[in-house]
Write a protein that binds this ligand. Structure first.
Ligand code: UDP
Ligand code: MG
Length: 320
């Protein structure tokens, strides 16, 4: 079987030499032991501004196991990964997706392949420990998984985008028409026989995280709004609660009025105006998220453009 390892990279010059060395080593071992017939590392350069692409060209020139796609500009991790998975759906029997920074233990890839050879279609890499992530990242991640499950979008707990997928699940995945990509949710919704392998998440080998807090937050909002319409239902319930409260307040105000007491009420009025204003804006924002998604999807723009390729022809020629 032909295995492709898909690695999205954005400004990863600091880790690429090490990543290439380790992944090539693993592919060689697996080829030698017969668990795969052929392996390729496909780097997807997500519009890097450092020397990432020239490194990829260099590695691909030196080793025919290495190939690369260069996207025309930075599209974000999910889209870069998608570009690689689309390629793999056509040219490989199975694909493992992994980050370039070696945070996800690459030594469990043979285990994933073993499960694939035993007939499993999707093997999820699940983090055992997150000691190496900051306390903040761990707690926000946990909150995210909890919220996601409460809202009905199913994701595998502590699984990011480190996984093996068989050709038929890759083809099922790339048939999804949406432009808003939240891959871990999309893959979890496919079904097919699946299994887990557990690993310890390490610290980034080198370089810095490309996911600052703002990107993480918008990724979480995207994930939730792509998979669940429950926030909309929540607004409806909230509206009902507000109407009930308003009824109470109306009755109170009328009783006071007919009793002839002057209502002092300035503070309560001011507070409720601001509070209700906030709630209404929040509700508009939530609806806006969905409307925005509909807008993006209705345009149906291409997900990415490939500017350059290296080693991909050779990889497909040798394999056909
Ligand atoms: N990445 C990408 N495009 C981006 C941001 C990140 O392709 O716009 C890649 C990055 O090179 C890495 C992976 O996505 O291989 C995960 O990014 P990172 O390690 O910075 O995220 P973290 O692990 O800190 O969440
Ligand atoms: Mg990382």
């Amino acid at each position: 079987m032909k295995l492709a390892i898909i690695v999205p990279c954005y400004n990863e010059e600091a880790v690429l030499p090490e990543t290439t060395k380790r992944l090539c080593g693993i592919l060689d071992d697996m080829t030698a032991s017969g668990s795969i017939d052929d392996g390729i590392i496909l780097y997807v350069d997500d519009g890097s501004r450092d020397s990432t692409w020239s490194l990829i060209e260099q590695f691909s020139g030196a080793d025919n196991k290495v190939a690369g796609l260069k996207l025309s500009h930075n599209r974000g991790h999910q889209h870069a990964l998608w570009a690689g998975l689309e390629w793999a759906a056509e040219h490989a029997d199975a694909a493992v997706s992994i980050d370039a920074d070696l945070q996800d233990d690459e030594t469990v890839i043979p285990k994933m392949v073993g499960l694939y050879n035993a007939g499993v279609d999707i093997v999820y890499g699940v983090r055992k420990e997150r000691d190496t992530d900051t306390y903040f990242k761990r707690t926000t991640a946990l909150m995210f998984y909890k919220l996601m499950n409460v809202l009905g979008g199913h994701v595998v707990y502590n699984h990011a985008d480190y996984r093996l997928m068989s050709r038929r699940t890759l083809q099922a995945l790339v048939s999804f028409p949406e432009r808003n990509l939240f891959l871990r949710g999309m893959v979890a919704s496919l079904g097919f026989p699946s299994a887990f392998v557990y690993y310890d998440r390490k610290a980034r080998f080198a370089g810095t995280s490309k996911y600052p807090l703002t990107k993480m937050f918008s990724f979480a909002v995207d994930g939730i709004t792509s998979f669940s319409t429950r926030p909309l239902r929540f607004i409806t319930y909230l509206g009902l609660v507000f109407i009930l409260i308003a009824l109470g307040v109306i009755i109170y105000a009328l009783v006071e009025y007919f009793n002839g007491t002057t209502i002092q009420g300035w503070t309560s009025l001011l507070v409720s105006v601001w509070f209700i204003g906030g709630v209404v804006l929040l509700a508009c924002g939530i609806i806006g998220e969905y409307v925005g998604k509909i807008y993006i999807e209705s345009k149906g723009r291409p997900r990415y453009f490939i500017e350059k390729e290296t080693g991909t022809n050779r990889a497909t020629d040798a394999r056909s």
